[in-house]
Design a protein around this ligand. Sequence first.
Ligand SMILES: NC(=O)c1ccc[n+]([C@@H]2O[C@H](COP(=O)([O-])OP(=O)(O)OC[C@H]3O[C@@H](n4cnc5c(N)ncnc54)[C@H](O)[C@@H]3O)[C@@H](O)[C@H]2O)c1
Length: 318
Amino acid sequence: MKVLVTGGFGQVGSTVAGMLLARGDEVLSIDNFATGRRDNLVEHPLLTAVEGSIVDPDLVARCFEEFKPEMVVHTAASYKDPDDWYTDSMVNAAGTANIAKACRDHKVRRLVYFQTALCYGTNPQQSPITLDHPINPVNSSYAISKTAGEHYVQFSGVEWVTFRLANVIGERNVSGPLPIFYSRLSEGKKCFVTEARRDFCYAGDLAKVVVRALDGVGSGTYHFSSGHDVAIKELYDAVVRAMKLNDYPVPEVRPLGPDDAASILLDPSRLFADFGDVSFTPLDEIARVSVERWANEGVVGGYTHLKEARGEIRENNK
Ligand SMILES: NC(=O)c1ccc[n+]([C@@H]2O[C@H](COP(=O)([O-])OP(=O)(O)OC[C@H]3O[C@@H](n4cnc5c(N)ncnc54)[C@H](O)[C@@H]3O)[C@@H](O)[C@H]2O)c1
C-alpha cells in the first residue's frame, strides 16, 4: 500500500508511518518540521521524506502526481502559537483544503483526519460528549481552523475517517503538560496544575487504530477515547514516579483559564462498536516510556494552544 502521511515526523504521523514501514508499506511524508522531530523516523528504503509545507499547492500536487498515494493520513497541523491566527488558518484550513482536493483529484481511496475535541467548545453540554454534540469551536484559532479543515475533508467526496481526539501523548509528544512537567521537573522547577480532568491516550494505541482504518475498518467520525478521565495532577504524579523523584516540588493547583475546559471526556462507543478491542496503555507506562526517551534523547516542545498556560510558561521560564 502507498500511504502519504502529512506531518510524518510528528507524534502521530511518525508512529503511524513507522508501523506502515515495518509491515512493508511505502510511505511519503510531507513535513516542514514546525513541531516534528527529525529523529522520530530513521531512514528506510520504503520512506520518502519531503521537507515542505502542505500550504504550498504546487508541492502538494507534485507529491500526489509522483507518489500516487492510495491512502492519506493527514496529521500536519499548526497550533503552537495561540496568537498566530494566520499560520493556523493557512495550515489547518488552506493546507487541509489542498490535501482534501488532491485526494479527490487523485482518487485516493481513504483520507484519515484528526480533529480536536475543542471543536465542541470549552463548555460542552455533556460528559461524556457524544458525536452528535453541537460543533462550537469558539475559543481558539486552533479549534476554528481545525474545524474548517474537517469540513474540507468531508466535502472532498473521498471516503474519510475522522478521529476526534482529546489528549494524545507519549514519548513523541511536544505539546501540553507531559513534556512541560518533565522538562521543568528535570530542572528542579516548580510546576502548576489546573483543576482540569483529561483522558490521556497513548499515541501508539491511536496509531494501531489508524492502521486498521487504512485497512478498511470503520468510516466517518470517531472519538478516540478510553472513556475515563483523570485529574492533570495524576499525570504529574505519574511523571514524578517515572522520574523516580523522591523530593519534588508540590505543584500549585490553579483555576482554569478562560480558553480551557474543565473536562473533555469523549464518548468512545462508536469506536468500540466498529474497531472492537482497542487497547489503552496505562498512564504510568506512558510516563515511563516518555521519561526514558527524553532522558536519553532530550525533550523538545512544551507548546500549548492555551493562551493562559502559555503566558504562565513564559513567565515561569524567565
Ligand atoms: N496530540 C493531541 O493531543 C491532539 C489532540 C487533538 C487533535 N490532534 C491532531 O492530531 C494531529 C497530530 O497531532 P500530533 O500530536 O502528532 O502533533 P505533532 O505536532 O507532533 O505533529 C504535527 C506534524 O505536522 C508538521 N507540520 C506542521 N505544519 C506543517 C505544514 N504546514 N506542512 C507540513 N507539515 C507540517 C509538524 O512539523 C509535525 O511533524 C494534528 O492534526 C492535531 O491537530 C492532536
